[in-house]
Design a protein around this ligand. Structure first.
Ligand code: 1HN
Length: 351
């Protein structure tokens, strides 16, 4: 007679017997499935513009915008290489368009934002309306709208693309189509969307033309910066954020995009901010000035000294704090609208 098998062996036998039937025991993975606090595979990362720019310009020499469709260097999280992701839910990239080029018209269910990093005079066309880009402008391409980019001025133009690609991939909900024409026809004068929706007014019978996405295609930097500058002079400065505003959809007061929240903040000269952490991982684009971000998780610490056009990512539930001797302006985006929609957004401000 065989002696009874030890418990461990009995369990292993069970696992291997049921494996061919696509069954697996929960109790072996339970703790990893519901960790006591968020545990992201992402790590903080920093892209210094003067290091990235030469590669972008080389890309401009080896492929045209037309051939590439979109000539972009993806900012990949070092722990998510090969996944085209800067966080688990978000995509970021730096796109280059050169004078005379066209990035052909297409549409997809993924929503996109552009934040202009360098150069002026390129345009993006969304749903029949062109918008000329200037540094610091925040531009939206709503889900499933035709969009193409072109450039009729004389300097390279570079912008940060932020898309919800990993999120849409997670839900297996991506559709895309190429347009029959290279550049879409212009059907509305430039500035129409801003005139209709960008002045604390709206058409009397306004229905939301792009569903849950803002009807404003471009939020000009000049206007956003002016607001921050005035508030910095005349209102209390937040000890964590400096002076920080979020962009809004004027028809709802909510986020400008259903999946991505966007922010602009100004740190005054001499700012030494307190630390915070939150569940939404965020990508930052430095607009003006210099500063330093310190990010920590457990025993590990990352410290980046940043200047204009540098980019960095603060992953979920990593503690971050900002400092600036000279004062600076930072644009950022995160997946916060989705956390809020799901009722799981959590933020902790450390004293
Ligand atoms: C896209 O359509 C753009 O329109 C940029 O500029 C980046 C990344 C993946 C898929 C589509 C654009 C993109 C993209």
């Amino acid at each position: 007679m065989n002696a009874p098998l030890p418990t461990r062996q009995l369990r292993e036998q069970l696992y291997s017997d049921m494996a061919p039937h696509h069954l697996t025991p929960l109790w072996e993975v339970l703790h990893a499935l519901v960790p006591p606090q968020p545990k992201t595979p992402c790590v903080p990362a920093f892209w210094k513009y003067e290091q990235v720019r030469p590669y972008l310009m080389r890309a401009g020499e080896v492929i045209t915008a037309e051939e590439a469709v979109r000539r972009v260097l993806i900012l990949e999280n070092p722990q998510l290489r090969g996944q085209s992701a800067v966080t688990q839910s978000l995509y970021a990239g730096l796109q280059l368009i050169l004078p005379g080029e066209v990035a052909p018209s297409h549409r997809h269910t993924q929503s996109a934002l552009r934040f202009i990093v360098e150069g002026s005079g390129a345009y993006t066309a969304v749903d029949g309306e062109r918008t000329v880009m200037h540094p610091g402008d925040f531009i939206i391409t709503p889900s499933w709208t035709w969009h193409d980019h072109g450039h009729e001025a004389d300097q390279p133009v570079v912008w940060l693309d932020g898309l919800d690609i990993p999120m849409v991939r997670f839900f297996d909900a991506g559709f895309a189509q190429n347009d029959t024409s290279r550049s879409q026809q212009v059907t509305r004068a430039e500035g129409t969307s801003f005139a209709r929706y960008g002045h604390n007014m709206a058409p009397v019978r306004a229905t939301s033309p792009y569903g849950r996405t803002s009807p404003i295609f471009s939020y000009p930097y000049e206007r956003s910066r002016e607001a921050l500058e005035q508030l910095e002079r005349s209102a209390p400065i937040d000890e964590w954020d400096g002076t920080k505003l979020r962009y809004v959809n004027p028809l709802t007061g909510g986020w400008p995009m259903p999946t991505i929240g966007t922010f602009l903040q100004k740190l005054p000269a001499g700012f030494g901010g307190k630390g915070w952490r939150q569940t939404d991982g965020a990508v930052y684009s430095v607009v003006e000035g210099e500063g330093e971000v310190t990010i920590s998780a457990g025993e590990q610490e990352w410290r980046y000294a940043f200047g204009p056009r540098d980019h960095f990512v603060v992953p979920s539930w990593h503690t971050a704090r900002l400092a600036s001797a000279t004062g600076c302006v930072l644009f950022s985006f995160s997946d916060r609208p989705v956390h809020e929609a799901l009722g799981i957004h959590t933020e902790e401000r450390l004293s």
